[in-house]
Design a protein around this ligand. Structure first.
Ligand code: GRF
Length: 198
């Protein structure tokens, strides 16, 4: 049976676009919702243009009440009844209670070769460490930040003269290749990691 996918974004939504574009033909999943915590997220208009229903749960309306924000997110998701939730540049930390309600069904893309560099500023941290390689990871989301079983990684070399910006720019197309590849496999019930590049 076709799997329903909700995609959570906070910004430009280029990973969301790559995921939506991939879900055609014999793909085992289809997008049912793009949800943002920021009404100004550029990805919302892109999703609407692609014919995907959109919703906003503005985290600022909940001040510091994360449980209330997550309850609102959960309610919107319950309406859409996704089988899989893809976090795609979603910049809010989700708590254990929320994740527990969707356990094993939430994927995230993170711009580092996890377990290296959880959290922010991953490109700068890879450069600072003098790493020869950098990359991105799609993982199964658990209650620990940027952790959980790895479902795929794409690896690229760090080049002389690289800056955080050049690394980010070179990595983004790899993210756009990796996330759809992992989603396709995951939606088909196959959790073997996808490995790209090297
Ligand atoms: C990506 O680099 C993603 O890995 C990171 O935020 C960026 C999102 O970009 N977490 P976009 O919104 O998908 O264009």
């Amino acid at each position: 049976m076709t799997k329903k996918v909700a995609i959570l974004i906070s910004g430009g939504g280029s990973n969301m676009e790559a995921l939506v574009h991939s879900m055609t033909g014999d793909h085992p999943a289809r997008p049912v919702l793009v949800l943002s915590n920021d009404p100004a997220a550029g990805g919302l208009a892109k999703a609407a243009g692609l014919g995907v229903p959109t919703a906003v749960v503005d985290h600022r309306a909940y001040a510091k009440d994360r449980p209330a924000f997550e309850a609102a997110l959960h309610a919107v998701l319950l309406d859409a009844r996704p089988d899989i939730i893809c976090l795609a540049g979603f910049m809010r930390i989700l708590g254990a209670d929320f994740i527990g309600q969707w356990e094993g069904r939430i994927l995230n893309i993170h711009p580092s070769l996890l377990p290296k560099y959880r959290g922010l500023h991953t490109h700068a941290r890879a450069l600072q460490a003098g790493d020869a390689h950098h990359g991105c990871t799609v993982h199964d989301v658990t209650a620990a930040l940027d952790d959980g079983p790895v479902l795929g990684q794409a690896v690229m070399p760090v080049l002389p003269g690289d800056t955080p910006d050049t690394l980010a720019a070179r990595l983004l197309p790899l993210e756009h290749a990796l996330y759809p590849a992992v989603l396709r496999r995951f939606a088909a019930g196959d959790r073997r990691p996808v490995m790209l590049g090297g």
